[in-house]
Design a protein around this ligand. Structure first.
Ligand code: ADP
Ligand code: MG
Length: 700
């Protein structure tokens, strides 16, 4: 450890107490170490010098050699600006300052050779450059300089107080002088060799003073790799520690239930992805560690059968299992589905929801406790303290995003040791992010749809084309299909949305009059019993149209519904649109999703709609969503620290992330405690990073 790097930034020559204060407040730079890890946002090419006569009206960054010949202050209304006339041997232009110009006037020398750098504008017949970077030619020639000029992150306050990019570069130079550019290696020899990485010192030098494009690229690669490597190391270690500390029930046999079902009752051939995932789960259940697994699979990818087969393994080992769903409708659907699949298996399955009667409840409580009830399906009613299992071995949570961590932890205490937990979600979290965010959960992915699914045709229509859309709906209903029409319901404007929904409902009721047409309506302000009633009418085919808010977003399965109309689609997020679309395309018929919008669309809305029309791959959609919204909005990323990356980019550096994860995994596999001599450097760095929290704020 280079102890010099812990020196407070105040001590660096050229910084001093005032600048140090600013650097701390504005950029969080406390020590030399923090400064060295302030990486440039971008680089400018400073190999070219332009003549004033060569300037183009293209607003590009240019570098010009010349002299300032005079200043004038210009007042316009209340606003003042300082204008300097700058000349070279081909012409004249203006330099403009809107603030801080007292300091400029005092410190800039007239009639002296300067190199200026900045963006040029064309205004009133002359070129001007606002707030140029200026450097005396004599200094310019002396300075440690490279073709690629780094641009450091800055803030308005910093530039107002004279800490310009040029000053930052100088401070950085000073840092390299004082440390002599010596930085200890933080990756192991074998890694450096295998991946042909630059040494730490070379990488840091070239990221701040790149000698050329190639070295810059290699420097960035090395530093990004390192950053992601240590995050992955931490996540994988957490996971290993969890596994060694928290013992789970070992389900070491696959017995009658599983085998009978597999041989005689499987209603279809499993997809390759389903088989792979079941294998992964079986391996987990058979080890002696408690399973904490996230099962991701797009809507309709067939997660339910995986859940059932996992539960059968629990039963074969003498344990009970439960399956929890976020809504009563979903719980009922699961209950019916599972009961049908298990008809000949001699298994007892029961349903527990808010509507379960007292006497049914009593029976459930009793049979749960004496062990004669094998599988309990239900809503969060399962979490109540009164619900006690004889021997709960596996708890499955469907559509996880509706459940909080607190609820998950309640499940942990339903047995003497925590049961195995499988969380199933159709919200596709991009793999990249999942790896970083859920490093402590194991992840299985069903990335294949059952064969024979017809892709859903998705189109975008403007409100002005409503008549055609109505005609289309009529035709589909005549063919015997059912239709969803969904309205947005967003909390802030709940009342207005509610009105939109009711207006929509009324106009649909006019266009589709009873008795020929029957319409269901479901929204959040209805009583649960009324909701269920309306929902059941649609499920049974009594009604042809379901008008609803997003309450139907999750899991509902009505195979005969083949058209999804989404009103004001521009107001929905991408993943929500995708979830809604997943309600259709569940039967044999061609299905459609129609996105209705007004003509007024923001760029982001356009991108969302285009993405929906273009692809139905949930993971691709999740990637676009991530790009549009940034990781901050996506569930779970807030605490994970992926936002605090200093140089790597969680989206763009996906490949480096995978590489880093692979190597972290490989190293920990052979040497989980990092005690081999060649891993000492990794252990040291890791411990340093965990010690200096301000550097290592990735990990919660
Ligand atoms: P989800 O992952 O959205 O929960 P489901 O488990 O509800 O998906 O499955 C969606 C539909 O696909 C169900 O009707 C189910 O019976 C069917 N299905 C699941 N796996 C297969 C398969 N391997 N082959 C054919 N159909 C399947
Ligand atoms: Mg499901």
């Amino acid at each position: 450890m280079n102890t010099k790097l812990q020196t407070p930034i105040d001590y660096l020559k050229g910084v001093g107490p005032n600048r140090a204060d600013l650097l701390r407040k504005e950029l969080g730079i406390f020590t030399y170490q923090d400064l060295i890890n302030l990486f440039p946002n971008r680089y400018l090419d400073r190999t070219q010098y332009y003549k004033i006569s060569q300037l183009q009206r293209n607003n590009a960054d240019v570098q010009i050699l010349g002299r300032l010949v005079g200043f004038k202050e210009v007042t316009q209304g209340k606003k003042k600006r300082l204008v300097g006339t700058f000349k070279d041997d081909t012409g004249a232009m203006e330099l403009v300052w809107f603030r801080g110009y007292k300091w400029i006037k005092e410190s800039v020398k007239l009639n002296t050779d300067y190199v200026i750098f900045g963006k040029t504008n064309w205004f009133n017949g002359v070129f001007n450059m606002p707030h140029p970077e200026m450097e005396l030619l004599s200094e310019h020639e002396k300075n440690l300089r490279s073709a690629m000029q780094p641009v450091y992150p800055s803030t308005e306050k910093l530039s107002n107080k004279g800490i310009t990019n040029r000053v930052m570069s100088k401070i950085m130079q000073q840092l390299f002088l004082e440390t002599q550019g010596k930085f200890e290696e933080t990756l192991s020899e074998p890694l450096l060799k295998e991946l042909k990485l630059l040494s730490k010192a070379e990488a840091l030098f070239n990221v701040h003073f790149p000698k050329n494009q190639e070295l810059l690229a290699r420097a960035q690669f090395r530093l990004k790799f390192e950053e992601l490597f240590y995050i992955q190391l931490q996540l994988i270690l957490k996971n290993l520690i969890h596994k060694s500390k928290i013992k789970g029930f070992t389900f070491d046999k696959v017995g009658t239930h599983f085998n009978t079902f597999f041989k005689h009752h499987l209603p279809f051939n499993l997809t390759g992805a389903q088989k792979r995932v079941i294998k992964e789960i079986r391996a987990d259940l058979g080890s002696n560690a408690q399973m904490n697994r996230l099962l991701q699979g797009d809507v309709g990818s067939g997660k339910t059968i995986v859940a059932l087969m996992s539960m059968l393994i629990a039963l074969d080992n003498g344990f009970q299992a439960c399956l929890m769903a976020p809504t009563e409708i979903l719980a009922i659907q699961h209950y019916n589905g599972l009961t049908e699949l298990c008809t000949d298996l001699n298994i007892t399955i029961k349903l527990l929801t808010g509507s379960t009667t007292t006497s049914e409840r009593k029976d459930i409580h009793n049979t749960l406790e004496d062990g004669s009830l094998h599988i309990l399906v239900g809503t969060h009613a399962l979490l109540e303290d009164k619900v006690k299992f004889k021997n709960l071995g596996l708890a499955i949570i469907d559509e996880q995003h509706r459940f909080g961590v607190a609820q998950r932890s309640k499940l942990w205490h339903k047995n003497t040791s925590p049961p195995h937990i499988l969380v199933m979600t159709a919200t596709p979290i991009p793999r990249t992010l999942a790896m970083s965010v859920y490093g402590d959960l194991d992840i299985s992915i069903i990335d294949e749809l059952p064969p024979g699914r017809q892709p859903i045709k998705t189109v975008h229509r403007y409100d002005t084309n409503r008549l055609k859309v109505l005609k289309f709906i009529k035709d589909e209903i005549d063919k015997g299909r059912q239709i969803y029409i969904v309205y947005p319901l967003i909390q802030e404007s709940e009342n207005m949305d509610y009105k939109d929904l009711m207006d929509g409902y009324e106009s649909i009721a006019r266009d589709f009059p009873a008795p020929k047409y029957q319409i269901s309506i479901v929204h959040g302000q209805m009583k649960p019993a009324d909701k269920d009633y309306e929902m059941q009418r649609f499920i049974s085919g009594e009604t042809q149209i379901m008008v609803a808010t997003t309450v139907i977003e999750v899991g509902v399965n009505v195979p005969n519904a083949s058209v999804m109309i989404i009103e004001s689609a521009e107001r929905f997020g991408l993943s929500q649109l995708h979830q809604l679309r997943g309600r259709v395309g569940r039967g044999a018929e061609q299905s459609y999703c129609i996105l209705m919008t007004s003509h007024k669309l923001s760029n982001d809305s356009k991108t969302r709609l285009e993405t929906m029309v273009k692809t139905s791959d949930g993971f691709e959609i999740a990637e676009v969503d991530l790009k549009l919204r940034g990781p901050g909005d996506i569930m779970g990323t807030q605490q994970s620290g992926v936002l605090n990356l200093k140089i790597a980019d969680i989206i763009k550096d996906n490949d480096i992330l995978k590489l880093a994860r692979y190597h972290a995994m490989t190293i920990l596999k052979t040497d989980p405690r990092l005690i081999q001599p060649e891993h000492r450097v990794i252990l040291n760095t890791y411990q340093q990073l965990s010690k200096y929290k301000n550097i290592w704020n990735y990990i919660s």
